[in-house]
Ligand binder design. Structure first.
Ligand code: RRO
Length: 305
């Protein structure tokens, strides 16, 4: 991973190590292309599910200033109802990470097989959404479920498979290891933290229509760093580290914890769509002033003797 000259991740060429987190900007081709034009190395889609789903009622996203809470509720047209999007995405000139979810191992497999045939560069398996009883997080808090989902997706995917993990797991390192044992090519951590909750004291009711939701933004960075640090100790596959990354210095911290790529989500709201350019410049300035490359600092926070 050379400063300024692009890099490779699992055999795919990326212009830099910054990744758009899933769900932040939806699945419109024009928006995903603009994210790439604004400096994003790898663009991740909003998770695609097995059947059409509206998501939760509004309000679904609240900005707290120091972070955000969301219960969007996995809205998806269904994997086989997106022909227009897939046709446009087939013309892209940027790397694409297609995120998927399911409500059973078989559903994950079905969605993965279909999506893999659309030739994304990676499939990210969302076993970590906190906003549904039946989808996502329940698969990411058990080693055997995480293993079974990843093994099923690996069986049908023609592209590298990335497991997206939840900080809610009692031992995230063990979940990551189960995913690696099942054939995952990389780990992505973390999904939103929680669920958490807000209460409107005048109406005396929860603020989110779904009542509870996942936390993101600067306030969760310490949890994300700890999770990536634990995962780095547990596996030898590469890690996409995300959770509260807002500046180049945050990205350096995440890389030192063990990440090879760094995801950005809520910071798109705080710093604009060109946050990728800004963070990349700040990261490169830091590397230059410390006379090193990214590869020199991946996981160095583990080197204390
Ligand atoms: O749609 C959502 O509510 C959602 C998803 Br799929 C996810 O993975 N993480 C999150 O915070 N929200």
């Amino acid at each position: 991973m050379e400063k300024g000259s692009g890099m490779e991740f699992l055999g795919v060429k990326l212009k830099n190590p910054l990744v758009l987190a899933s769900g932040v900007l939806g699945n419109s081709f024009d928006i995903l292309r603009r994210v790439h034009e604004n400096g994003c190395g790898l663009v991740t889609m909003k998770s695609i599910g097995p059947a059409p789903r509206d998501g939760h009622n509004n309000p679904t996203v609240i900005d707290l200033g120091y972070g955000m809470i969301n219960a969007v509720g996995l809205p998806s047209p269904g994997y086989d109802q997106m022909e227009e999007e897939w046709q446009e995405l087939a013309t892209r000139d940027f790397p694409l990470n297609a995120s998927i979810y399911g409500g059973s191992v078989k559903e994950f497999e079905t969605v993965a097989q279909f999506v893999s045939d659309k030739h994304p560069d990676f499939i990210e398996v969302n076993i970590s959404c906190p906003n549904s009883e039946k989808h996502g997080m329940m698969f990411g808090i058990s080693e055997s479920s995480a293993h079974d989902v990843i093994a099923a997706v690996k069986k049908v995917s023609r592209v590298p498979v990335i497991a997206k993990l939840t900080p809610q797991a009692p031992d995230i390192g063990r979940i990551a290891k189960a995913c690696e044992d099942a054939g995952a090519d990389a780990i992505c951590a973390i999904n939103t933290l929680g669920p958490g909750m807000l209460i409107d004291i005048e109406t005396r009711t929860p603020v989110l229509a779904f009542k509870k939701g996942g936390l993101s933004g600067p306030m969760i960075k310490p949890v994300a760093l700890r999770c990536v640090y634990d995962i780095f100790d547990a596996v030898s596959i590469p890690i996409i580290g995300l959770g509260g990354i807002t500046t180049g210095k945050d990205a350096v911290e995440m890389i030192m914890a063990g990440a090879s790529l760094v995801g950005i989500g809520s910071a798109v709201r705080y710093r604009g769509i060109d946050v990728f350019q800004k963070v990349n410049e700040e990261l490169n300035q830091w590397l230059t002033s410390h006379d090193c490359k990214i590869a020199d600092i991946v996981g160095v926070a583990h080197d204390i003797s």
